[in-house]
Structures are given as C-alpha cells and as structure tokens.
Ligand binder design. Structure first.
Ligand code: AMP
Length: 373
C-alpha cells in the first residue's frame, strides 16, 4: 500500500475553492501542491507550489501534472472521464476514474444509488422530449426535470407543476438526456460526507442540515435538527453507497428528509462539499484534512464535533456588507477564496460561527442584513 509522505507532492485537478482548502490543509502537514487550472490566478493556484495553467483536458498539461505529483486528486466532478482514465494509467490516482464516470451522469448515479440499496424519489429517464412526454405519467406532477449531465446549483433543472407546463422542460434536452423525478415535499435537506482511505478505514462527518436559497446552499447547521432514526438511516444509506462504489477519497451524499423522518437520496458529489466547510473549525479533523489523509493512505481520524456550528455562504453580493460588518463580529471565522470578481451569486467565501446555541446564531445572521440579497 502506498503511503504518501509530507514533502511529497499532491496534484489537484481544478483550482477552485475546494482545491484551495485542500491545499491549505495539506500544506499544514508539509505536503507540496501542484494544481492544474486554466486561470492564471485561481483560488488554489494562489497557495500552490506549482501552477500548471491549461485546460483540464489538455493531455500535455496532465502529463506535466503527472510528472510533478506523487498522488493526484481532483476538486470537481466535471472533468474529462477518458482523460482521467488515461492519467490513472501513468500516475497514482487512488480514487480511480469510475466514481467520476458515475457522478457526472445523473442516470448512472441514480442507478448506482438504487443498486446500493439506498432510497431515491421515483424517477424516469428520457433521451428526448417525446420520451419525457410519453413516460412522465409514471411519476406524475409536480416533477423536477434535470439534465443528466452538467447541471449544478439548480442550473439545468426545471420544476414542472402540471402537464400543461411540460414544454418548459423541452430546452433541457439541448444539453443532454434528462431524468424526471417526483417533486419531493421535503421537510429539510441534509448531507453526509463519507471518506475512505486507501488503508480501508472510513469515517463520516456529523450529519449536516442544509438551507438553500435560489437553489444555492445558504446555511449549514450542525448538529442537524433531526431525530435519531433519521440520523441512523442517513448514515446507513451513505455507508451503503460508499461500499457499493468502493469509495476511495470523499463522497458527499445529499438527502431529503420527509415529514415522517424517512430520507431519500438526492445526489452525490465525489469530492469535499460546501456543506462540510464548517468542519475546518468545528471538528477534530476537517473534510479537507481527512481527504488528504484518505488519498495519501493515512489512517483516518474520527471527525468529532467540538462545538455546534453554523456556516453561511458568502456570495458576490454579500462581500461588501460582510467586510463592513467584520469588526463587529470577532467570533466569526471569515474565509474568502481569493476570487477577484464578486459576481452576483458567485461563491466568494463563507463564514463559520461556533456557539452552544445555533438558534441564536441563526437569528443573529438574519439580523445583520448581510444575507438579504
Ligand atoms: P440538485 O441540483 O439536484 O441538488 O437540486 C438543487 C436543489 O433543488 C435541491 O437542493 C433541492 O432544494 C431542489 N430539488 C432538487 N430536486 C428536487 C425534488 N425532486 N423535489 C424537490 N426539490 C428538489
């Protein structure tokens, strides 16, 4: 079994904030970082030892990354599967390429979740609009039509309230085949981050409760306000999926909680996840530190919650009001990702607030007015 040591180099495909936080954590332990990203000044590039500036599927650049790195990981799922497979033949990519193939296609992903024995909302697949029209009766209305490939943060999906409105989903088929799933009248959304090392050990972070605004994660609350049975069902589902996929690295499992406490799996992400950022301050090991241990063949640590936490995302429109408010909130851990252009709804950073009283924290966040826009 390969154990990567401090002083050796971790190569990261993708230079966004997830890569940056992975890199920062890895550097604490003494690893070196190489990153491949097309941007000159990417969030991860700013903290890396070696920057390779090229497209993610540039074969020559992937070759350079392979030469520079002792182990290679990635920070987003929409990388070229064939390219990653070829890379795995000439470099050490312990996560493999199969998890990417599955999670970049909702059809393959849902089939895998079902095969693992975990529950999903009723759904159908459709390669074209005519097939959607003929089969949508199997799930009924309202339903949510989602492109099989390329969607994120609510992009590439349409809620269809009734049959007469089905044409609103026709445009989605320009991009790819689609799935249509029953609209879930969920009570809340939760996620579990499960991580498994090449040494076979696996750990889950505490269950996270997630609040979305406009389909983008707004707040994560830990501990999640759920019953013990729901927590057990969620952990069991995450473990079933990770086992079935023979996970190495990190898998985030997003779930809906129904009124009766049952869970349904919404989707998977094969990487550290926005809902796990609170772990940097709130847990004995962060999702990033654990990911590094997992791909480097180190035994995993138990990610215990040190204090209740609320994480709130900072989008482009929140940056200025946040910076004005910082002097009044010495207890806030402010993270900004080094992105120059604070575009509306672009993820620019996050704030984590630890306290014994998450409810009070949630009210205070609202009272600041920073997150109104
Ligand atoms: P997704 O891109 O699949 O994670 O969807 C983004 C968000 O849309 C989810 O976090 C939910 O808030 C909402 N959503 C997605 N699918 C459904 C569904 N079947 N029923 C109700 N809400 C959904």
């Amino acid at each position: 079994m390969t154990m990567i040591q401090p002083g050796q180099t971790i190569g990261i495909i993708g230079g966004g904030q997830l890569g940056r936080m992975m890199a920062l954590s890895a550097k604490e332990a003494g690893f070196r970082i190489a990153v491949l990203d097309p941007a000159e000044d990417s969030p991860c590039g700013q903290v890396a030892d070696i920057k390779i500036i090229a497209a993610y599927d540039d074969e020559e650049a992937l070759g350079k990354l392979a030469e520079a790195s002792d182990v290679i990981t990635y920070e987003f799922e929409n990388i070229d599967y064939e390219g990653l497979k070829r890379l795995a033949e000439r470099a050490y990519v312990p996560q493999g390429a199969e998890l990417i193939r599955i999670t970049q296609d909702r059809i393959a992903e849902k089939a895998a979740i079902r095969k693992a024995g975990a529950p999903v909302a009723p759904y159908i697949e459709a390669t074209g609009f005519a097939e959607l029209k003929s089969r949508v009766g199997e799930i009924g209305f309202p339903c949510v039509v989602k492109t099989a490939r390329g969607g994120y943060d609510g992009k590439g999906q349409v809620i269809v309230k009734e049959e007469a409105a089905l044409a609103e989903a026709e445009g989605l088929f320009e991009h790819s085949a689609c799935v249509a799933e029953a609209f879930v009248p969920f009570e809340k959304e939760i996620s579990i981050i499960i991580q498994r090392s090449t040494d076979g050990s696996s750990e889950c972070l505490p269950v996270q409760e997630n609040v979305h605004q406009n389909h983008i994660l707004h707040e994560t609350i830990v501990p999640a306000r759920i019953g013990g049975d729901t927590e057990q069902a969620a952990l069991e589902a995450a473990r079933q999926i990770a086992d079935h996929l023979q996970l190495i690295g990190t898998l985030a499992v997003e779930m809906f909680v129904l009124e009766d406490g049952r869970v349904l799996i919404n989707e998977l992400a094969p990487r550290p996840h926005n809902s796990g950022h609170y772990s940097i301050e709130a847990c004995t090991i962060s999702q990033f530190g654990q990911h590094v241990r997992a791909i480097c063949g180190w035994p995993l640590r138990k990610p215990e919650l040190l204090r209740p936490a609320v994480m709130v995302n900072v989008l482009g429109q929140h940056v200025d009001p946040l910076l004005k408010a910082v002097p009044n909130h010495p207890g806030w851990s402010v993270h900004l990702y080094g992105k120059a252009d604070a575009k509306h709804n672009r993820k620019m950073g996050h704030v984590t607030i630890l306290s014994e009283h998450n409810e009070e924290t949630l009210s205070r966040i609202d009272e600041t007015g920073i997150w109104e826009g």
